[in-house]
Ligand binder design. Structure first.
Ligand SMILES: [Zn+2]
Length: 311
């Protein structure tokens, strides 16, 4: 069913993607990009953390939602968010406080490391990282399938549980822009599957939701693929000159679901064109990942990547 006209997103961005060696570090700590006037996507630098997560800020009339605080100390992110909120509220009338909710796509360390920097921020709620905290904050009565509405003031978000990678993973849908944020559950990279049964159900629900709501963009927190089908950058990569966009289509979400169905019951690393599923945490997954990571780290430190062609 066609809804109201969506605010278009500027997703054509050249993202910072790390530096070819420790002697070439040149990325700023954060890249801040306005996808739309009140929709901001931030990437943390690979020079600071190989995780280089994406962090989303959605601003409404009465409050804002920050999804994740990144993989390093949050002082820089806090200053950035304060500036963005100040700009957004500069023309606001009335004297009610403008609130900030700091929530997480899920509770893994590379998404919550900056939380402490927000603890003393006025008019701010930092949601805890466990499922019980998430359920309590959003008021779920039927986790994970219930779709809860969050009102930012003139901007309505929908939130539901998407366990499988992490027990407290949530998806956030921004009706205004047609953006569905899937955290570390679906993105162009390695999906680490903690609970295959939960992920099968999650992917079914994500696809059904996206189809029903007319989702236009699917976004995750990382990029680990190259533009070569089936080829990911090694774990821990500090330089990704040939990475694809973090934005995906609903078709690709559907393809990810279909792909996962074929491998869900087989522990190991399963490569598809634009996604890799790592099922389980046994040696079949960890040994090849860590071996590649070690080689990549040595090459990066020696400056060998600086000479490598970008494909
Ligand atoms: Zn992550």
């Amino acid at each position: 069913m066609p809804g109201p006209e969506k605010v278009p997103l500027d997703t054509d961005v050249a993202w910072i993607h790390g530096s070819p060696s420790p002697r070439h570090l040149s990325d700023p700590p954060l890249q801040v990009h306005h996808l739309a006037p009140d929709t901001v996507l931030v990437r943390q630098s690979k020079d600071l953390t190989y995780e280089a997560p994406f962090i989303l800020l959605l601003l409404g009339e009465d409050r804002a939602l920050l999804l994740d605080t990144g993989a390093v100390d949050g002082a820089e992110l806090r200053a950035t968010v304060d500036r963005l909120v100040a700009n957004h509220t500069a023309t606001r009338t009335g004297d009610t406080a403008y609130d900030l909710v700091v929530a997480h796509t899920h509770g893994h360390g590379d998404h919550v490391a900056g939380d402490a920097a927000f603890a003393d921020r006025p008019h701010t709620t930092v949601v805890g990282r466990d499922r019980t905290d998430v359920v309590a904050h959003f008021g779920f009565t039927d986790w994970p399938s219930e779709v809860v509405t969050v009102d930012l003031g003139g901007r309505s978000l929908e939130v539901f549980g998407i366990p499988g990678h992490h027990a407290a993973s949530i998806a956030v849908h921004d009706e205004r822009t047609g953006l569905l944020h899937t955290g570390d559950t679906v993105y162009p990279g390695r999906i680490y599957v903690e609970d295959p049964t939960a992920l099968l159900d999650t992917l079914d629900r994500l696809v059904a939701f996206a189809e029903q709501r007319g989702v236009e963009h699917v976004l995750g927190c990382h990029v680990e693929m190259t533009r070569r089908p089936g080829r990911d950058y090694p774990l821990g990569s500090r330089y990704q000159p040939d990475e694809p966009s973090p934005f995906m289509t609903v078709d690709r979400l559907r393809a990810a679901r279909d792909a996962f169905r074929t491998v869900a019951d087989r522990p190991g690393i399963h490569r598809f064109d634009d996604i890799v599923f790592c099922v389980g945490t046994g040696p079949r997954v960890l040994v090849p990942l860590q071996a590649r990571a070690l080689v990549e780290q040595v090459r990066w430190r020696l400056g060998l990547l600086a000479r490598r062609p970008s494909t």
